[in-house]
Write a protein that binds this ligand. Structure first.
Ligand code: PHE
Length: 341
């Protein structure tokens, strides 16, 4: 019995064969168990000799089984090591990481700078009523500004005579919403998407603005100028001269367009040097009618508002010539400007 199993175990080809042999030899109904049962029929003397012998045999077979199992596992590992290999000196395969879009990044940069100056972030809907987008901002129905803004109107069902909603053409409606919600004094900025039917190298039908509004008892245009210069210097990382040009927006009086100092050399713009000017925002002192529309007493409070084009700022800061590329979602473009890995 012993020689039979020892040689069978030595010849076993794999773990399944080992397991079969185990059941056959030392299992509950295996050959050794059968022999053990026969002990009962023996004389006590015979039993005293055979019992320990059987136990020793059982132990021997068990160890042989274990040893063979370990040897098979070693052999399998050797085989794998021969066929598979790993060169730990090869460079790792990099994983591409998602990155933030340039417009989101610039929005965050701008927001952080104004937050340092005490401006809280406000938000408003992108689909607006024409009251918030126009009337409350002193742009009545017949006003040419409505046509100039190339407004997108939403469609109403036939027979529904309510005025249509519009895709907001600027972030200025958030001025009114914030006045209603927070009252005065107030200091907020509102970054967000705006829409106009316009498309060329420097215009996309959807673009981004950041609105600013500061109201208190004695806020003046000088405060506006300081805040904007402070902002441009922080944003571009260099001191930037500004130029205020009188301009007209129905919701401010007086109103000004603000240009920043730049140079055009070899087709690229450099901000903060040179004798050229680039328009970057509209601003002014909030019109008394607008304060009233927002529920604020113009005899008690006054202040300034401005609206900056975020996309324009991003183009300037990162030297990007075509605005449309921002919204093509072309990874090669994003990588080229360092906005994707
Ligand atoms: N809403 C104006 C625009 O979109 C910008 C602006 C904001 C002007 C606030 C004055 C005050 O052009």
């Amino acid at each position: 019995l012993r020689d039979k199993y020892i040689s069978l175990i030595a010849d076993a080809a794999d773990e399944t064969a080992i397991e079969e042999l185990r059941v056959q030899a030392v299992g509950k109904k295996g050959e050794i168990a059968l022999k053990m049962r026969e002990l009962g029929k023996m004389t006590p003397e015979e039993r005293q000799v055979m019992g320990p012998k059987l136990n020793a045999l059982k132990d021997e077979i068990n160890s042989a089984l274990l040893a063979k199992k370990a040897a098979l596992a070693d052999a399998a590992l050797d085989e794998r090591l021969k066929t598979e290999w790993l060169d730990v000196t090869l460079p790792g395969r990099g994983r591409r990481q998602g990155t933030i879009h340039p417009i989101s990044q610039v929005t965050e940069e701008v927001t952080a700078i104004f937050a340092d100056m005490g401006f809280a972030v406000a938000e408003g809907p992108q689909i607006e009523t024409d009251w918030y987008n126009f009337d409350a901002l002193n742009i009545p129905g017949h006003h040419p500004a409505r046509a100039e803004m190339d407004t997108f109107y939403t469609h109403r069902a036939e027979g529904d005579n309510r005025p249509p909603h519009v895709l907001r053409t600027h972030t200025s409606p958030v001025q009114i919403r914030s006045m209603e919600k927070l009252g005065a004094p107030i200091r907020i900025i509102c970054p967000g998407r705006v829409y106009r039917a316009d498309y060329d190298q420097t215009h996309t039908p959807m673009f981004h603005q950041i609105e600013g509004l500061a109201l208190d008892k004695d806020i003046s245009m000088a405060n506006l100028k300081w805040v904007l210069e402070e902002f441009f210097t922080a944003f571009f990382g260099t001191s930037v001269k500004t130029r205020f040009r009188a301009s007209h927006f129905p919701f401010v009086e007086p109103g000004a367009e603000v240009d920043i100092q730049c140079s055009w050399e070899g087709g690229s713009v450099k901000v903060g040097e040179g004798d050229d000017w680039l328009e970057v925002l509209g601003s002014g002192m909030v019109h008394p009618k607008v304060l009233q529309a927002g529920g604020i007493d113009p005899n008690e409070y006054q202040g300034f508002a401005f609206g900056i084009g975020i996309d324009r700022l991003a183009m300037l800061k990162y030297g990007i010539p075509d605005l449309r590329a921002f919204f093509d979602s072309d990874l090669r473009w994003l990588r080229h400007y360092g906005f994707a890995s």
